[in-house]
Design a protein around this ligand. Structure first.
Ligand code: NAD
Length: 411
């Protein structure tokens, strides 16, 4: 993360405190909701040539007030305890906001995923699972993919978990469809981001067809967000990933480049960097890669009317405030990218019931629940005269606080 001011976890807790004040929560409750229930740090020795590299791994469980903890695992060189805490906390608010029976957690390993061989990746996730098996399980804590991990990684995690604990496919979500995954889960986050982008344009009187879109990130979230924006009739004019970006003012033919692993090999009218993409003139900007990419240094150069947060925490608080003051409509991560955990919820329930939905039903359910969460947040924003992020936190914090108090956690 490129946070230079307050830490990522402090920034989330600022929003929790603000929501708590609006709701009139007692300071002790706000403080409980700003702490993590459990934090586990592990070392992962990774065999390399004739020596070992010792990596650091994490699992942070923020809250179980509303159900088993839920959250992805990130493999990225910048992962640290503060970032994992922030992301675990965001999962608590995200699952509460969309009203699924989960709490929040997050995991990670500080390693550059792009430099790992498949065997090394498998070795790391198996070791991560063995070291943490005592705090995981389908009714305790359920991991999923995040940056640097994917369905294949989740299959290895499930396999390791089964060796240790026996058959329990609901122990992890985001698995391959051939191995207890749910058709629709892979595209769910990006699909939700695109649907929320369209709903936001409509609500603000901007035509969806032909609206220009720029997306940073061409991984799981960015790639499907681009595809569904394209399918909805928007004009995707720029895309970028870690290898750089492409621009086509006439609109990129997303389906024709969808299967490219990276954008490096894609022929384009114009090439740009990932940072330049953020400053491009467009209707909708979708940061769908790293956190903290829109910050004090570049926020004055942002040239979009709408920002839909595909990534977690892509804006620092200072940038968020500056852009809101400029009239930019910002849809927060805990709403915009919640399609992923919604899809994970569908996968989890299907695994537990040993039943599978066709993809059409998955998509219908996802779209209608995302729509409900979207209008709920907009109504709350109106009710309290606050921005969308504050409204989303008011809804989520209110629900978790209620569950926390009802459980009798205070005695
Ligand atoms: P991913 O690993 O599949 O893809 C990450 C993408 O970001 C890649 O295209 C990579 O090249 C790009 N990238 C990395 N560094 C970059 C840079 N400096 N400039 C431009 N692009 C860069 O990860 P993902 O699963 O798509 O996750 C992306 C974001 O979305 C993360 O913040 C993650 O927490 C969030 N998110 C993911 C899910 C999910 O279901 N996968 C759900 C909710 C939120």
């Amino acid at each position: 993360m490129t946070h230079s001011g307050p830490s990522a976890f402090d920034e989330v807790n600022e929003k929790v405190a603000q929501a708590g004040e609006i709701l009139g929560l007692k300071p002790g409750i706000i403080s409980a909701l700003s702490s993590c229930e459990r934090e586990v740090v592990i070392s992962i020795p990774l065999r390399r040539n004739d020596d070992v590299d010792v990596l650091v791994g994490y699992r942070v469980q923020h809250s179980s007030a509303r159900g088993p903890r839920k959250g992805g695992i990130r493999f990225h060189q910048d992962v640290d305890l503060d970032e994992v805490r922030a992301l675990a906390s965001l999962m608590t608010w995200k699952t509460a906001l969309i009203d699924v029976p989960f709490g929040g957690a997050k995991g990670g390993v500080a390693v550059d995923a792009s430099k790992l061989t498949l065997i090394e990746k498998e070795e790391i996730i198996r070791r991560w699972t063995r070291s943490l098996v005592h705090v995981l399980g389908h009714h305790r804590d359920i991991p999923a993919p995040d940056m640097g991990t994917d369905a294949k990684t989740m299959a290895w995690l499930m396999d390791e978990f089964h060796r240790l604990e026996g058959f329990q496919p609901a122990c992890v979500t985001g698995k391959p469809v051939e191995l207890f995954g749910a058709p629709g889960r892979e595209e769910a986050t990006g699909r939700g981001v695109a649907q929320i982008a369209a709903a936001t344009l409509e609500r603000n009187g901007v035509k969806v067809k032909g609206a220009t879109v720029a997306i940073q990130g061409f991984g799981n979230v960015g790639r499907y967000a681009a595809l569904v924006c394209y399918e909805l009739g928007m004009k995707v004019i720029a895309l970028a990933d870690v290898t750089g970006g492409i621009v086509d003012k006439k609109g990129i033919e997303v389906p024709s480049i969808f299967s490219h692993k990276t954008l490096e090999s894609v022929q384009a009218e114009e090439r740009i960097t990932g940072d330049q993409l953020l400053e491009i003139k467009c209707d909708v900007l979708i940061p769908a890669a790293l956190g903290g990419v829109i910050n004090e240094k570049n926020c004055a150069k942002i040239n979009a009317g709408f920002i839909i947060e595909g990534a977690n925490q892509p804006l620092t608080s200072a940038a968020d405030k500056h852009l809101r003051n400029q009239g930019v409509v910002i849809v927060p991560d805990i709403l915009a990218n919640s399609g992923g955990v919604m899809g994970s919820y569908f996968e989890w329930t299907q695994n537990i019931q040993e039943f599978s939905w066709p993809i059409e039903k998955f998509r219908r359910e996802l779209d209608s629940r995302m729509e409900a969460a979207f209008s709920n947040v907009n109504e709350t924003a109106k009710k309290y005269s606050v921005d969308l992020r504050s409204a989303a936190f008011v809804l989520a914090v209110g629900r978790v606080a209620k569950a926390f108090e009802m459980r009798g956690s205070l005695v």
